[in-house]
Design a protein around this ligand. Sequence first.
Ligand code: NAI
Length: 334
Amino acid sequence: MKVTVFSTKPYDTQFLSRANPPGRHRLIFLDSRLTPETAAAAGGSEAVCGFVNDDLGAGVLRVLAAQGTRLVALRCAGFNNVDLVVARDLGICVARVPEYSPHAVAEHTVALILTLNRKIHRAYARVREGNFALDGLLGFDLHSRTVGIVGTGKIGAAFARIMAGFGCHLLAFDPKPDPGCVALGVSYVPMAKLLRDADIVSLHCPLTPKTRHLIDAAAIAQMRQGAMLINTSRGAVVDTRAVIKGLKSGRIGSLGLDVYEEEADLFFENLSDKVIQDDVFARLLSFPNVVITGHQAFFTAEAMHAIAEATLANITEFERSGRALHEVSVEKLA
Ligand code: NAI
């Protein structure tokens, strides 16, 4: 099957090619992001392989369908960038990789927490300058602190297990509580109580119309003074402007982000000799108590291998039976 792969980086080529048995599928790797302007490049491809910031809205899907595309194989878990209703109406099958390594994202979440708490980002820079003073580097014991987990699916549950090992009290909010988390000692509470009691709030829910700006000004006002907020889910789960106000007032004591509302124009590219045009993002970078990584939480060798294998398996199964292994559809979500 001819598959056009958008937003390709060298590591995508490496892992996807390795997972594609010789002569199985014809993978066409394109650097460009999938947008209304670049969709024509997939002409003649029965399948398109997209990533988190590819535009799979109504306009792009219509162009793809008219060109003969019948499968959108996402090489990620989230599918908030796809118009599933339009895909269904056009007869395009949408598949994703529901699970690859929840540990990769959970462990990166812990890396952000430890960095912020023990100020590793500042200590690293100081020591390189020969500055060994400890002022400003005071952290707190994670042991006995309360961690609030929003969304205890595969990643949230893996994160809960790690934080239990630190000796933290675990609160969670999820419309579908996980028995494994309950057995671990996680207490499911209403969102308002989680925000009120947690020293660290970590977001692991998908981006949906219900979770867009879940952390807004009203939610921040309910948080503990000086609480840490971590988002490794999707950028728009938090209202970034409200978070900036929370940081300025001190209500949010520190912020760790792996995702950002407007990341599509920034992340995954080397912009180091460009002027950043996004003033909201630039403001975030100016805080000493903010650590941002560019959507790298998934990026481990194990996860990349699993993503490539599952993406190719979706494509192969679709070619064989007309159905992908891990389809996402409006019906399944209902
Ligand atoms: P999952 O589907 O296993 O779990 C999501 C959980 O969120 C479910 O238990 C669901 O009931 C819960 N949820 C749904 N609506 C909620 C709400 N309003 N409030 C609280 N919880 C709610 O998904 P998984 O694999 O754990 O991934 C979670 C999210 O992490 C993905 O949707 C994706 O956006 C993000 N992600 C980020 C990556 C990164 O590299 N930064 C990589 C992979 C995923």
